[in-house]
Design a protein around this ligand. Structure first.
Ligand SMILES: [Zn+2]
Ligand SMILES: [Zn+2]
Length: 314
């Protein structure tokens, strides 16, 4: 059930994942514009030479002249991402660049992490703040079936992934090694959705983000948890109630222990605990991440350190 990683590309083995629409790794564009197969007339060729190609922005859908625009793009994002977003949308992306809370990666002063005692994850980082615009973008993917957005959204995890990897490399004293040459994490996994939600939506957005990210960073991604139903509506509930209802919501998948044993036996991580990166789409209170991390800690036959990475931070 385990793919060897030597090919560099992994096929998701889990039902419900479905084929991932990954763009070619070496392409310079994530979303190539359609070209007519009919032979161009001379003036059409001239026009193409003179004016830059116009492509639709994946956020506002307006066509814009594709050009390399690296200004203001966080480190770690491929240029192909920047070439698919118009200048206006690019300029208003709420990237989390400076964090104030070292635990949850919040860009503002954080009271939550001081109050939480004995969190099961070590730290978590997020790509963007969950603004109304980002909520709308995620909803297009999650609820309105715009599955072509997946590569764009998954790539957005890269700057936070790179920053977190760098933090841990520094802690390990690995920073003198060529950057990116030592895998900081042993395995990527994701927050599960319930069977009813999976049937309703057809996919688990967190699992797909994890699978897409894992291909890009050359790591293995495996679901390790099961979600025992859904929480009730969270809006209107107090933080304390949210945290309580998140507890006991997750249990380990039957194969989780075996997968972790295999990874531990063949990785060079014998000298330190296994490092798992847990992916979710949104971090709100940290209750979901904490519950998942606790279930993973209980399931693991070897010591594990769990880190979180989410697409947005509410
Ligand atoms: Zn735009
Ligand atoms: Zn915090």
């Amino acid at each position: 059930m385990f793919n060897d990683h030597s090919s560099g590309r992994l096929q998701p083995l889990v039902s419900g994942t479905g084929p991932l629409a990954e763009p070619p790794q070496d392409s310079t564009r994530l979303y190539p514009a359609k070209r007519s197969r009919a032979p161009f007339r001379w003036y059409e060729q001239m026009l193409e030479l003179l004016s830059p190609e116009r492509v639709p922005c994946f956020i506002c859908l307006q066509r814009f002249a594709a050009r390399s625009q690296q200004h203001g793009i966080p480190e770690g994002l491929p240029s192909s991402w920047a070439n698919g977003i118009c200048r206006s949308c690019s300029g208003t992306m709420p990237w989390i660049r400076k964090i104030k809370c070292f635990v949850c990666g919040r860009p503002e002063v954080c009271g939550d992490c001081c109050r939480r005692t004995g969190a099961s994850f070590i730290r978590s980082r997020s790509a963007v703040s969950y603004t109304p615009e980002m909520r709308g973008l995620l909803a297009r993917y999650k609820y309105r079936g715009e599955e072509r957005l997946l590569p764009w959204l998954a790539v957005m995890l890269l700057p936070a992934f790179t920053a977190l990897s760098d933090e841990l490399s520094l802690g390990d004293g690995l920073h003198s090694v060529r950057r990116g040459s030592v895998p900081v994490f042993d395995l990527i996994t994701s927050v599960p959705v319930s069977a009813e939600r999976l049937q309703e939506r057809g996919f688990n957005q967190a699992e797909r983000l994890a699978a897409s990210l894992s291909v890009r960073v050359g790591l293995v991604s495996r679901p390790l948890l099961i979600r025992n139903g859904e929480r009730g509506k969270m809006s209107g509930k107090s933080r304390r109630d949210r945290l309580r209802s998140a507890a006991d919501l997750f249990s380990p998948a039957p194969e989780a222990s075996g997968i972790l044993s295999i990874i531990a036996s063949r990785s060079e991580a014998n000298r330190r605990p296994l490092r798992l990166l847990l992916i979710d789409d949104i971090y709100t209170t940290g209750g979901t991440l904490d519950s998942c991390a606790r279930a993973l800690q209980l399931a693991s036959p070897v010591p594990v350190d769990i880190f979180g990475l989410t697409w947005a931070r509410a």
